[in-house]
Design a protein around this ligand. Structure first.
Ligand code: ADP
Length: 727
């Protein structure tokens, strides 16, 4: 019958409230709330549970508003006690735990001690979970000892002893009862006296000390009769009855039990009355609970919304920061890009300027080099022809070789530059592949003899007789490859093989293979050799190349839309191969041939005027012309030319371009202004493409680049003179 013990428990509970209410609180309590709490406690003690709950709820609201955890905890404690009294044990435990939660946030150990004790009561005597309950009691004792409140220790030990006896663990219970007995005089009050006597009775009975047990029970009953509160007396009668029954005094046992029930009836009626008056209230109590929950909830909400708004603020700050960083990066980027663009533009301009300068530099340098080279080559040739006795001179042939080397270097550089500047456009000329290759073979015979090599030509008979394409560039490619093969092969064989690989409409694809059995090229060097000025294993004194040959070949093949393939084994030989498509169209070939082939043969003696400021070149040109049985007059500059033309007639004028006082273009213009229509051919070291436009607009008829093949000069001379005479 748990109800019987509630009073006792409440008694202890009330004691706890009393102690916390009376003792000076460590909390910084608001006086008004403190008053409310005390009022709620008073009402509770007078069994005005409804009022107590209303007041404690108000106290809780006020305490929550000022966040006073001590007062919050005390308010919950009273609320829990009210529910306990109304036998709503779960709610009581719930609110005791809440009270404990808030008490733990304070340093009020007295409050914690009370709450642990009350929770111990709940679990031991209501829930019958003795181990949990005893754990709570022991915590309560620990707090009491901490604050040195020995009265609390005494009360809680009574509870512990009773709990152990309830589960028939007399040995353990007695340890606590012993302490209670030793401090009884100091702390006991009317109610505990009854209980302590009764517990001693139970223990003595358990030890079969019937005499002592009887005395203790009777003492308990006597004290109980003096006490206003009858619950304890009722308990004492019950335990006494059990004892009497045990010692076979059944009649007395029965009487004690009757007394117990009578008291219980009485108490039950009182409780019933209390309960009845509270029946209507209990509904409201739920409402209070809800409101209390709401207060709690609002608090949680408040803290949640506070947390939320904190998060929002943090997020806002974070997003703002990120945006700021983004904007800064964007601005920096834009600035950087602007700067970068400007830099790029500047760099582009500089690059363009540099490229222009490079082109100008190359053309100027090649002009300046070609002019004296013309003299060197020309005079060497003259010496060799005029003085046959020295034609075998080693020095003279070295001179000729060096001059030719220099000339080819200048031409190569100019050529590469032109290809890089995209100035080369392939021409359509008609040719016979066999003839072209034979010419190449013959022109390289000196080289093949030098290294004792044989050149073999193998041309696919399927290849048509006439093809159309840029034969000059093809010759250049083959010359480079074959001369390399001859240079890097000794006592060996160089093969030139051309095969027809496929025919697509008018396009005939020719596979070229230039193969030698010379020194070969190491694998590591194979990719390098196509770069400009790269020579492998070249000796300083060896002037056999410029390192530009393969670079030119690769670029020229690029113009044909072809690529070169290298296959080489060090010590075994090298082969280069590529494919070029040439057009085969008989009708077109015919018209091309018709256009070119003019009768250049002439037995006439023409009179040529040479306008040239360079004395050596004057000499060379004059010699070449006179050698062909033409007459020749040389003047040093444009003015002299104009002067002589006033009185004399010529069949053709060879005009240098770069002359002091008045240049070749200006001189030509003035000659034309005089109404003189004599053909004028520019004889210049400039690159043809560079001056063609200006030459034609000044009134010139053709251009010959120094140094030139004499045959070419005479072909042009004859052609122009014939053309003029035909008009
Ligand atoms: P170079 O003027 O030196 O011949 P090239 O560009 O024509 O310049 O050739 C580059 C280098 O490639 C040469 O110096 C040589 O080492 C190597 N080479 C080219 N052709 C051959 C070959 N047929 N056999 C061996 N080595 C070669």
């Amino acid at each position: 019958m748990p109800q019987i013990r509630i009073f006792l428990l409440l008694f202890f509970g009330l004691n706890c409230y009393d102690s916390s209410a009376v003792s000076p609180s460590k909390c910084n309590e608001d006086k008004k709330i403190d008053k409310l709490v005390k009022k709620a406690l008073l009402n509770f003690r007078e069994s005005n549970f409804e009022k107590s709950l209303v007041i404690s709820r108000n106290a809780l609201n006020a305490a929550t508003a000022i966040k006073d955890y001590c007062l919050i905890s005390r308010s919950y404690n009273i609320i829990a006690a009210n529910f306990n009294e109304l036998s709503d044990i779960d709610k009581a435990i719930f609110f005791y735990k809440k009270a404990l939660y808030y008490a733990d946030k304070t340093d009020n150990d007295s409050l914690k001690c009370n709450l642990y004790n009350n929770l111990g009561n709940m679990y031991c005597f209501e829930k019958k979970q003795f181990d949990v309950g005893i754990r709570y009691y022991k915590k309560s004792v620990a707090y009491s000892l901490k604050i040195n409140d020995l009265k609390e220790v005494y009360f809680t030990n009574v509870n512990i002893a009773w709990a152990y006896f309830d589960i028939k663990n007399y040995r353990q219970g007695y340890l606590f009862l012993k302490y209670v007995n030793s401090t009884k005089k100091k702390y006991s009050d009317g109610s505990t006296e009854v209980i302590v006597d009764m517990l001693n009775g139970i223990y003595a009975s358990s030890q079969n000390d019937d005499k002592a047990a009887n005395a203790h029970f009777l003492s308990a009953i006597e004290s109980g009769k003096r006490c206003q509160e009858k619950t304890d007396l009722s308990n004492a009668y019950l335990e006494y009855s059990k004892f009497l029954n045990k010692i076979n005094k059944h009649k007395e046992a029965y009487d004690a039990l009757v007394n117990h029930y009578n008291l219980l009836e009485e108490l039950y009626n009182v409780r019933k009355l209390k309960k009845a008056s509270l029946a209507g209230v209990s509904l409201e109590l739920d409402e209070y609970k809800r409101q209390i929950d709401k207060v709690e909830g609002e608090k949680v909400e408040q803290s949640q919304s506070l947390r939320k708004s904190k998060i929002i603020v943090i997020l806002f700050v974070l997003i703002s920061l990120i945006l700021l960083i983004l904007i800064i990066t964007l601005i920096k980027n834009i600035r950087f890009k602007k700067k970068h663009n400007l830099e790029l533009l500047e760099a582009k301009e500089i690059a363009e300027e540099a490229s222009l300068l490079k082109t100008q530099f190359i053309s100027t340098i090649s002009h300046e080099l070609r002019t004296p080279l013309y003299g060197v080559v020309g005079i060497t040739n003259m010496l060799l022809e005029e003085h046959k006795e020295i034609s075998r001179s080693q020095h003279l042939s070295s001179l000729k070789f060096s001059a030719r080397y220099l000339l080819s270097l200048v031409n190569d550089i100019l050529q590469i530059n032109k290809i890089e500047e995209n100035k080369i456009v392939l021409e359509n000329l008609t040719f016979n592949i066999s003839d072209e290759i034979t010419v190449i073979k013959n022109s390289l015979s000196f080289l093949s003899q030098k290294n004792n090599n044989r050149i073999s030509i193998d041309i696919d008979p399927e290849i048509p007789e006439y093809l159309i394409g840029d034969k000059l560039r093809l010759a250049q490619i083959l010359m480079n490859l074959v001369s390399n093969a001859l240079k890097f092969t000794k006592d060996g064989q160089v093969e030139i093989i051309v095969n027809l690989s496929k025919v697509e409409g008018k396009l005939y694809y020719l596979d070229f293979l230039i193969k030698d059995n010379g020194v070969g090229i190491a694998v590591v060097d194979q990719s390098k050799i196509f770069e400009k000025f790269v020579q492998v294993g070249r000796k300083d004194e060896d002037y056999q190349g410029t390192g530009l040959g393969l670079s030119i070949v690769k670029r020229l093949l690029g113009l044909f839309g072809s690529t070169i393939t290298l296959d080489s084994d060090l010590g075994k030989g090298t082969s280069f191969s590529f494919t070029i498509a040439f057009e085969h169209d008989l009708a077109k070939t015919k018209s091309i041939i018709d256009e070119i082939e003019v009768d250049l043969t002439s037995s006439e003696i023409y009179k040529i005027l040479v306008v040239e400021d360079n004395l050596i070149n004057q000499l060379v040109t004059k010699k070449i012309i006179e050698k062909n049985n033409y007459t020749c007059k040389v003047v040093d500059d444009g003015y002299e030319a104009l002067k002589i033309l006033e009185n004399e007639e010529f069949d053709l004028i060879l005009m240098d371009i770069n002359m002091p006082l008045i240049n070749g273009f200006e001189t030509t213009k003035r000659i034309r202004l005089l109404g003189i229509e004599t053909p004028i051919v520019a004889l210049t070291a400039f690159d043809k493409d560079e001056i063609t436009d200006e030459a034609i607009s000044s009134g010139m008829n053709d251009i010959i680049i120094k140094p030139f093949e004499p045959v070419k000069l005479f072909k042009i001379i004859n052609f122009l003179i014939n053309e003029k005479n035909a008009v």
